[in-house]
Design a binder for this molecule. Structure first.
Ligand code: ADE
Length: 364
């Protein structure tokens, strides 16, 4: 492999010395346990550090240990995750917690293969838990680490290829210091997060690895890492409806399988529809529209699908049988307290007088 042209061992000491003086104080670093490392790593796979902090604190308060997570009712669990997205991750976490209770007496196994066999735990997470919480010399290679190693070694290999990731894992497993495995893992992530950053902002002047960085020497830091495989994302058009009757709004439950399974949502129709088409559907649902108002467009990106949305607010006349066709009308405030609505609907939820997901935290 290309990156073996430099002796990678030489990064270990300077990296650890730098980490000793520059590690950020983060909630999951203050007190380290396998459970805390696990929860924080799963959250950090999808969200920025600053945004994760309040979610992490809230989650730990509500579910302080594996037993609490294993026994948490699903709606409560999804509510705690609301705004983080990728809800299957937290469902898998609950399954894993139940397995840890049943098969390992409630304590995480300090074993790479056993960690890997738990739902939702892949090589990166198993390596992070193993090294940070148990001090095992296991590699944890995330996007940060791929970037740092690609640059230090001036490798143009495609980091989206599994074979390239595997080779980097092998290399990290070879150099990770037995006596400070957890600090090494965190130091690699940290330097990628605050020094060797992407998008033209790398701070090579502050980097403890600049002395041996091949990309810096060749002036190609910003060309790396290479990501050649383009992810295909299906585009779906939707028309989101805020159906209002006085203070009440209509929501419905999503199917138990697939995207955002089992969560609540604002009713919507496929395609970008005009007012007349929307009114036809609303009447078909047995509702009596009084007024219709177009709402702003919005976009939400999931891993494999992108929703391009338009929307309408429709005020309705009160009739006897409004809860039909899977729709049910609830007080707008109740939604915030009881029904987990995914952040994909955040723009339209504003028109229900509620704020959803991450925005809730960003606005405070
Ligand atoms: N990103 C992924 N894991 C992290 C960690 N443990 N600390 C900070 N940022 C991270």
């Amino acid at each position: 492999m290309e990156y073996q042209r430099i002796e990678l061992e030489q990064i270990v000491k300077p990296l650890l010395s730098w980490y000793d003086g520059h590690a950020r104080v983060l909630p999951w670093r203050e007190e380290i346990s396998p459970y805390r490392v696990w929860v924080s790593e799963i959250m950090l796979q999808q969200t920025r550090v600053e945004a994760v902090k309040p979610f992490f604190e809230r989650f730990m308060k509500a579910l302080p240990d594996i037993c609490a997570l294993a026994n948490c009712p699903e709606d409560e669990l999804l509510k705690l995750w609301e705004g983080l997205g990728y809800y299957n991750r937290v469902r898998n976490m609950q399954k894993a917690a139940q397995m840890i209770l049943n098969e390992y007496g409630g304590a995480f196994p300090a074993d790479y293969e056993k960690l890997l066999s738990l739902p939702g735990i892949g090589h990166y997470t198993a390596g992070a838990i193993g090294s940070i919480a148990f001090g095992l010399p296991l590699p944890a290679v995330d996007g940060n680490v791929l970037r740092v190693i690609s640059r230090v070694t001036a490798s143009y290999e495609d980091v989206l290829k599994q074979s390239v990731k595997n080779a980097m894992e092998k290399e990290i497993a070879r150099i990770i210091p037995r006596e400070r495995a957890g600090d090494f893992t965190q130091a690699m992530i940290e330097i990628g997060a605050i020094v060797c950053v992407p998008n033209g902002k790398a701070k090579c002047g502050e980097c403890p690895l600049a002395f041996c960085c091949q990309a810096k020497a060749k002036g190609i830091v910003e060309e790396l890492p290479k990501k050649k495989i383009k992810k295909e994302r299906r585009v779906e058009e939707k028309t989101i409806l805020v159906l209002k009757e006085g203070e009440r709004v209509a929501i419905r439950r999503r199917p138990p399988k697939g995207l955002l399974a089992g969560l609540y949502e604002l009713p919507h129709l496929e395609g970008h529809l005009g007012e007349d088409e929307v009114l036809v559907h609303v009447k078909e649902w047995g509702l009596t529209p009084i007024r219709i108002l177009p709402l702003a467009g919005a976009k939400h990106i999931f891993s494999h699908v992108e929703w391009r949305m338009t929307g309408y607010a429709v005020s309705l006349e009160e009739t006897e049988e409004m809860d039909q066709n899977g729709l049910f009308f609830i007080d707008a405030k109740e939604t915030e307290e009881k029904y987990p609505i995914p952040a994909a609907f955040a723009v339209y939820a504003r028109y229900m007088d509620i704020v959803l997901g991450q925005e809730k935290y960003e606005e405070r």
